[in-house]
Design a protein around this ligand. Structure first.
Ligand SMILES: Nc1ncnc2c1ncn2[C@@H]1O[C@H](COP(=O)(O)OP(=O)(O)OP(=O)(O)O)[C@@H](O)[C@H]1O
Ligand SMILES: [Mg+2]
Length: 468
């Protein structure tokens, strides 16, 4: 694991150097800054796990620096060091989110420094680990959407999950390719094996080769120890090759061999290793076209494309937007300790009329942002970026019909509008719509809109027009 990085901020050069020396000896990577402004610049440039800062400094003081760090890099731990040992300052710092404080210039300063830093970093690590575990649990579970498009995807996942077939998952960016890959892994008999992911766009060719196949000690300059590649790590489980179109042509040949024979050698070794790995690949490009243009090997394409799972764009399944909004609103409300009930009518319209080039990821980001900035119990149009109003389908106030809207979505809107007009009286609305109350109830369930009713059948919350 990489060394932990610590930034020491103090205007006193002696303290700076002594602290740096102590911490470097302990194996930390240490940066220093003589005052708060340059500390902030350093923090912008690179990640630090922990900042040790003096309180009294000319210019911006340690408390102000602390506040700036809390907003800009909330994960970074801040520990104050102070010569003046003024308890008041230290208490204030702790109230503002400092992890702890150290008194400088005493006999035990060095020992204290070592202990406090070590504990703080351990604490941070535990927090990160917990968050990771939580989000992993989240990730592998929920796949929202009841549109026909999504049902087809689900059927396909069910059918192919428990096979060893290589699957190519295609779709625009942010449509949920990785989510589907995880579902394929966790729905298969391999679920207790590792799920390993490699982004093929992230590394230059040589490094990518190492990542895939691993290398022996001394295989090349800098290969100081034997390293296992992703194929080895994924043994008994699943390997997801993300953005497969980006893989170098030379490496494609080597990859093809592993796909065919399930065997390979580490770089610098002649020993052939056999692995039991299921391969999943994703791409947001038209691989067929890449083949025609000579960027992608045809034989590899056919190997990967044994089963194709194409994911619909969000604009092709807008009827899933309400359920997704509900899901993300609940998640981010919980994460931010807020209680958000839903969307205003106007905001709902805004989201339905936008064409979502960034798909679900974009929607997820906007909801997160809206939950953070909103002031009331429902998300309103002002909580969303302005560009949503400038989509290719301008919010038509006339008949509400827009090209690009699905029939299912039109039905949903008509039902909701009728309900609003009937003040939430379902019997009356069903009569107007010429459907049974039971059908209406089923539809509302499908939209996840039942919660909008109180016991007395009256409309409440997200579906009320803002003016009401
Ligand atoms: N059906 C869904 N229900 C709930 N959340 C979803 C769904 N599909 C995608 N997401 C969420 O949307 C985000 C983007 O999904 P994911 O990373 O799987 O997309 P991707 O297709 O791999 O994107 P990219 O091409 O940019 O890598 C993730 O946070 C994911 O959890
Ligand atoms: Mg992805």
């Amino acid at each position: 694991m990489a060394n932990k990085r610590i930034l020491v901020v103090d205007d006193d050069s002696y303290v700076r150097e002594m602290t740096e020396l102590t911490l470097t000896r302990k194996g930390y990577e240490v940066g220093t800054a003589p005052e708060a402004r340059s500390a902030l610049a350093k923090l912008e440039d690179g990640d630090y796990d922990l900042v040790l800062s003096d309180i009294k400094m000319p210019g911006m003081d340690g408390l102000e620096l602390l506040e700036a760090i809390r907003t800009r890099a909330p994960e970074t731990i801040v520990v104050m060091i102070t010569a003046h040992a003024s308890i008041a300052n230290a208490v204030e710092a702790m109230q503002k989110g400092a992890y702890s404080y150290i008194q400088k210039g005493s006999d035990s300063t060095v020992a204290e420094l070592e202990i406090v830093v070590e504990r703080a970093l351990e604490h941070q690590e535990t927090k990160r680990e917990n968050r990771r575990l939580r989000s992993e649990l989240h990730d592998k579970s929920e796949m929202i959407g009841k549109s026909r498009n999504m049902e087809q995807v689900r059927d396909l996942i069910r059918t192919v999950a428990d096979t060893r077939a290589t699957v190519l998952i295609t779709g625009e960016s942010g449509t949920g390719k990785e989510l589907v890959a995880r579902a394929l892994h966790y729905d298969s008999a391999r679920r207790n094996g590792p799920f390993i992911r490699l982004n093929c766009a992230a590394l230059p060719k040589d490094l990518m080769e190492c990542e895939l196949f691993g290398h022996e000690k001394g295989a090349f300059t800098g290969a100081i120890k034997q390293t296992r590649g992703r194929f080895e790590m994924a043994d008994g489980g699943t390997l997801l090759l993300d953005e497969i179109s980006e893989i170098d042509l030379g490496l494609q040949a080597k990859l093809l061999r592993v796909l065919q024979e399930r065997e390979f050698e580490r770089i610098g070794s002649t020993q052939t290793l056999k692995v039991d790995v299921r391969i999943l690949a994703t791409t947001n490009r038209d691989l067929q076209k890449e083949v025609e243009e000579g960027n992608f090997r045809e034989d590899l394409y056919y190997r990967l494309n044994v089963i194709d799972v194409p994911l619909p764009s969000l604009r092709e399944r807008k009827e899933d937007i309400p359920a997704l909004v509900k899901f993300f609103t609940a998640r981010f409300s919980q994460e931010n300790g807020k209680q958000i009930e839903g969307l205003s009518h106007e905001a709902d319209e805004l989201l339905m009329n936008y064409d979502w080039p960034g798909n679900i990821r974009e929607l997820e980001n906007y909801i997160e942002r809206a939950v953070v900035v909103t002031r009331g119990p429902v998300l309103v149009s002002e909580d969303f970026p302005r560009k949503l109003t400038a989509g290719p389908y301008p919010a038509a106030k006339d008949d509400g019909l827009q090209v690009g809207m699905t029939v299912a979505e039109m039905e949903r809107r008509l039902i909701m509008k009728t309900l609003e007009a009937c003040q939430g009286n379902r019997t009356e609305a069903a009569t107007k719509l010429a459907i049974s109350t039971r059908t209406l109830r089923n539809k509302l369930h499908e939209y996840g809109a039942m919660d909008a009713f109180k016991e007395n059948g009256k409309f409440a919350g997200e579906l009320l027009p803002e003016s009401a």
